[in-house]
Design a protein around this ligand. Structure first.
Ligand SMILES: NC(=O)c1ccc[n+]([C@@H]2O[C@H](COP(=O)([O-])OP(=O)(O)OC[C@H]3O[C@@H](n4cnc5c(N)ncnc54)[C@H](OP(=O)(O)O)[C@@H]3O)[C@@H](O)[C@H]2O)c1
Length: 268
């Protein structure tokens, strides 16, 4: 059966796709008919994910400009095209109040969350998309819309990614559509320090009654990447279980911020 999303034969690069949201996005793209090229830092995880997806992969950090150049070259060589880029790899570090943050580590957050998406889109544009068209989806965060405890570097860099999304949408139209998806709290490794041991409490504060799954986010990414969204660019699709509208639903407290105030993520 033909997928309603019109991705048959399209080629996609998905960053941070060895687990969590990125892996779910890559799986959903493959299910919709696309070929995928995945990346993450751990080489074994990348090889495993690429094999499971029937795609290709390259290990490296998106913070390394040479990795992004090599990734684009690999996808073009193997697939002959690059129709879709999903900038999903991200970091929530450095964690803590901004007055205590080392500015060099702050810069690292921007290298991963903002600079890498720009570099990858530049490569894809020059290699294929500028001439043939395509779509970009950036994975931002619901948290970029407000401030929160200890997440200043994350929030400001993701807010910059939101702005980058809109700026590129204007600059690259009509050939390339550029949109973002902003997830609420999703049950992945990155957010484990927030949800572990508190799922019931966190779910009770959400209008839709549960935490997000990687698949919730993947469905939104695939829709934006597909021809079903052909008249959508510069948009941010909030997929948050109602986090933003919770004050009309439950008590005024915000369990996610209570957790962020009290938990510190383990350093990798
Ligand atoms: N989970 C949430 O609640 C939530 C909420 C809002 C937004 N988001 C966003 O969703 C995206 C995915 O997060 P997730 O929750 O799915 O995290 P995750 O489960 O920890 O997965 C992160 C993925 O990115 C890879 N990665 C991390 N840093 C990388 C780097 N510098 N270069 C290349 N790959 C890298 C990881 O593999 P390696 O470690 O091997 O590199 C892994 O494949 C992030 O942009 C995050 O900000 C998540």
């Amino acid at each position: 059966m033909t997928s309603p999303y019109g991705l048959e034969g399209r080629a996609a690069i998905v960053t941070g796709a060895s687990r969590g949201i990125g892996l779910a996005v890559a799986e959903a793209l493959v299910a919709a008919g696309a070929h995928v090229c995945v990346t993450a830092r751990d080489a074994e995880d990348v090889a495993r994910a690429a094999a499971e997806l029937g795609g290709i992969g390259l290990a490296g950090s998106v913070a390394d400009p040479a990795h992004l150049r090599a990734l684009t070259g690999l996808a073009l060589r193997e697939f002959g095209r690059i129709d879709l880029v999903v900038n999903n790899a991200g970091t929530n570090e450095p964690y803590g109040p901004l007055m205590a943050v080392d500015p060099d580590r702050w810069r690292d957050a921007f290298a991963v969350n903002v600079e890498a998406p720009l570099r990858l889109v530049q490569h894809a544009w020059r290699a294929w998309m500028g001439e043939h068209g395509g779509a970009v989806v950036n994975v931002c965060t619901e948290g970029a819309g407000h401030v929160g405890p200890h997440v200043g570097a994350y929030g400001t860099s993701k807010a910059a990614l939101l702005h980058l999304t809109r700026q590129l949408a204007g600059e690259l139209a009509p050939a390339v559509r550029v949109n973002s998806v902003s997830p609420g709290l999703v049950r992945t490794d990155m957010a484990r320090f927030v949800w572990e041991g508190a799922e019931e409490e966190l779910s009770a504060g959400l209008p839709l009654g549960r935490l997000g799954t990687p698949e919730d986010i993947a469905r939104a990414v695939v829709w934006l990447a597909s021809d079903a969204a052909e008249w959508v660019t510069g948009a941010d699709l909030l997929v948050d279980g109602g986090t933003r509208v919770r004050t009309a639903y439950a008590s005024p407290g915000y369990a996610v911020h209570d957790r962020l105030r009290s938990q510190v993520p383990p350093h990798p």
